[in-house]
Ligand binder design. Structure first.
Ligand code: CMP
Length: 140
């Protein structure tokens, strides 16, 4: 059974003009893009999306960062998509990310780490629903 996961190309990567290169990594690694859009998050959206981190010292800064430019949001589908996407992204801390991963290549900072990906199938469902209506998620 294929799984779905939510991915966000963050402001640092958008401003570096590497949207296409990042989407290519997903496609090359067997993750199908079944929904895609560019959005400029409002503070309230970013706060809600990252609510699990509200008590973390980096929360305010993260909200500022995520609203600093448009982001590109996509639903990825494939076998074991949640875990596979996490492998393709590399570690949250880009210094620990493996060669060939998105974060190794494009992240510059633990916060400005190029991409977000759901960390579980349960959160994937919640995060996909946060951004996409069912009719805007496709099958092909
Ligand atoms: P993400 O996978 O989107 O989940 C939470 C985000 O918080 C993370 O990527 C980073 O962009 C940001 N962040 C900033 N500082 C830290 C930190 N010390 N540990 C984890 N995430 C951090």
């Amino acid at each position: 059974m294929p799984q779905k996961t939510l991915s966000i190309i963050k402001p640092d990567a958008v401003k570096k003009h590497v949207i296409g290169k990042i989407l290519q990594k997903f496609e090359e690694n067997g993750l199908k893009i079944i929904a895609l859009k560019m959005v400029h998050l409002k503070k309230e959206d970013a706060k809600k999306f990252y609510m699990v981190h509200k008590d973390k010292p980096f929360y305010e800064s993260l909200v500022e960062f995520m609203t600093s430019s448009p982001v590109v949001v996509q639903v990825l589908e494939g076998e074991n998509a949640v875990e596979k996407n996490r492998e393709i992204m590399g570690a949250t801390d880009f210094k620990k990310a493996k060669e060939g991963t998105i974060r190794k290549e494009f992240a510059t900072d633990i916060e400005k780490n190029a991409v977000h990906g759901s960390d579980s199938t349960q959160n994937a469902e919640i995060e996909i629903e946060f951004f996409f209506k069912k009719e805007n998620i496709f099958s092909y």
